[in-house]
Design a protein around this ligand. Structure first.
Ligand SMILES: CC(C)[C@H](C(=O)O)[C@@H](O)C(=O)O
Ligand code: SF4
Length: 471
């Protein structure tokens, strides 16, 4: 196949959903699934109802409660956010009236939108899924074309099953080689964002490829794609392979029987052709990636755990230098300070980035037979009811609790102050989440983002540190 006829995976996903060209790079795309959550979804549902527009295929629209909900055991509709209860109850009412599937608070499958849409087989390889939430790109981990939209677009998608869209440019990031022990997808994506900048992916759909990505379990590929939006990309994805097929097979909403065979054959055909052209190509070697943690107030502000806080004076770009100085001030850190000298107050394991079963297994492995430092508080929030039950069946909850972690009900929890859950003003937190902006985890909270393994190790050490230090 020559380069004139060869296509990238992104071209294939786009073309297979193109209803019509709208001229130039714009197309009307077919949307297979819409997913909503109580924070933004209720607004879209309410607006549709007010305008007396019905949902074209309610059986393909789903909603969960994740952002605002309380995650303490024994919870009800009350939340720490003053109007949270109203949001929850409005979502329940609108979802019921609209006839869509709702994963309500007491539903055993409730959980974070981007965790449950994959684990229930609602998102599928080669399919389009949109949700009014920026981390919808997570689902690219199984080769879905999934991206975050606004509430108005969500209304459009529900009413018409289509969205009009400008085709982004394409980028391929290839990571070859074998990742070092203790390095996982979270370190890879933090490394990429630190190296190429938080705006590095702006205007692109990013395919992650290469032997290091192929070797990753599917759950790590979700983590990788989850943070494509922190790279400012339109979305991120990994071509489906045998691991993807095995992961998706048999899930509740996935095709069954003969339909599953046909679907799997099609999914395996979804990869970039050998001579496919990309607007930008980046090549990385796995050897260059170490356990990574953020020091500042943007995921770009990340360095290897075993290195030092950077010195803004050594940065050539005036704007970046300014951002770095501001970040150091907010984070109360000094240039050149060893990352491992940073004392912590709390640790959080959860969020759509790192709250799946493999994340909890990896963290529990570090915590087994150990205890968090006496001055630390630590919380683990599984991403879904299913993850929670699976973890409990494996005794992981007991490992977390014996180590001094609280074990909670599924939700976004301390990833985002939306529901009011926080470790408290000014606390310094090591967190398996994806955003470290000022105030993200509550007023004046200082967030350091890292992998679940680094979070667990740091919780034990009471300061930033890698799992290697414990062995
Ligand atoms: C509330 C929601 C719209 C938001 C998002 O879009 O990502 C949230 O999930 C976040 O992580 O900041
Ligand atoms: S877990 Fe965090 S990043 Fe993910 S959807 Fe919830 S608030 Fe957003």
């Amino acid at each position: 196949m020559n380069s004139a006829t060869s296509q990238s995976l992104f071209d294939k996903l786009w073309q297979s959903h193109e209803v019509m060209s709208l001229g130039g790079q714009r197309s009307l795309l077919y949307i297979d699934r819409v997913f909503l959550h109580e924070r933004t979804g209720s607004i879209a549902l309410q607006s549709l109802a007010e305008r007396k527009r019905s949902i074209a295929r309610p059986e393909h629209v789903f909603c969960t409660m994740d952002h605002i909900v309380d995650t303490t055991p024994g919870r009800n509709d009350d939340t720490l956010m003053p109007s949270g209860r109203q949001f929850i109850q409005a979502t329940r009412k609108e979802a019921t009236n609209a006839g869509i599937t709702l994963f309500d608070l007491n539903n055993p499958d409730q959980g974070i939108a981007h965790v449950i849409s994959a684990e229930l087989g609602i998102a599928l390889p080669g399919s389009t899924l949109v949700c009014p939430d920026s981390h919808t790109c997570t689902l690219g981990g199984i080769g879905a074309l999934a991206w975050g939209i606004g509430s108005t677009q969500a209304e459009h998608a529900m009413a018409t099953r289509t969205l009009d869209l400008e085709k982004p440019k394409s980028m391929r990031i290839t990571v070859d080689g074998e990742l070092r022990t203790g390095v996982s997808a979270k370190d890879v994506i933090l490394h990429i964002i630190a190296k190429f900048g938080a705006r590095g992916g702006n205007g692109y759909a990013v395919e992650f490829a290469g032997s290091a990505i192929r070797a990753m379990p599917v759950e790590q590929r979700f983590t990788l794609c989850n943070m494509a939006v922190e790279f400012s990309a339109f979305t991120g994805f990994v071509a489906p392979d045998d691991k993807t097929i095995a992961w998706v097979r048999g899930r509740d909403y996935a095709p069954k029987g003969a339909a599953a065979n046909d679907a799997e054959t099609y999914w395996l055909s979804l990869s970039s052709d050998e001579n496919a052209q990309f607007d930008t190509e980046i090549q990385l070697h796995a050897d260059d990636i170490y356990p990574t943690v953020s020091w500042g107030t943007n995921p770009q502000h990340s360095v290897a755990v075993n290195s030092r806080v950077p010195n803004p004076a050594q940065c050539d770009d005036a704007q970046q230098r300014d951002g770095m100085s501001k970040a150091l001030k907010y984070m109360a850190l000094s240039p050149n300070q060893a990352m491992t000298s940073i004392r912590l107050n709390a640790a959080f394991i959860g969020s759509c980035t790192n709250s799946r079963i493999e994340d909890l297994r990896a963290a529990a492995k570090v915590l087994e037979g150990r205890h968090i430092a006496p001055h630390m508080r630590a919380v683990c929030v599984p991403g879904s009811g299913r993850v929670k039950r699976q973890a409990e069946a494996e005794g992981l909850d007991k490992v977390f609790e014996a180590a001094g972690f609280q074990w909670r009900e599924p939700g976004c929890s301390m990833c985002f102050y939306a529901g009011g859950e926080t470790f408290g003003a000014g606390k310094r937190v090591i967190s398996s989440t994806n955003r470290n902006f000022e105030g993200r985890q509550g007023p004046a909270v200082k967030t350091h983002i890292a992998s679940p393994v680094t979070v667990a190790a740091s919780a034990v050490l009471g300061r930033i540190g890698s799992a290697e230090e414990l062995s």
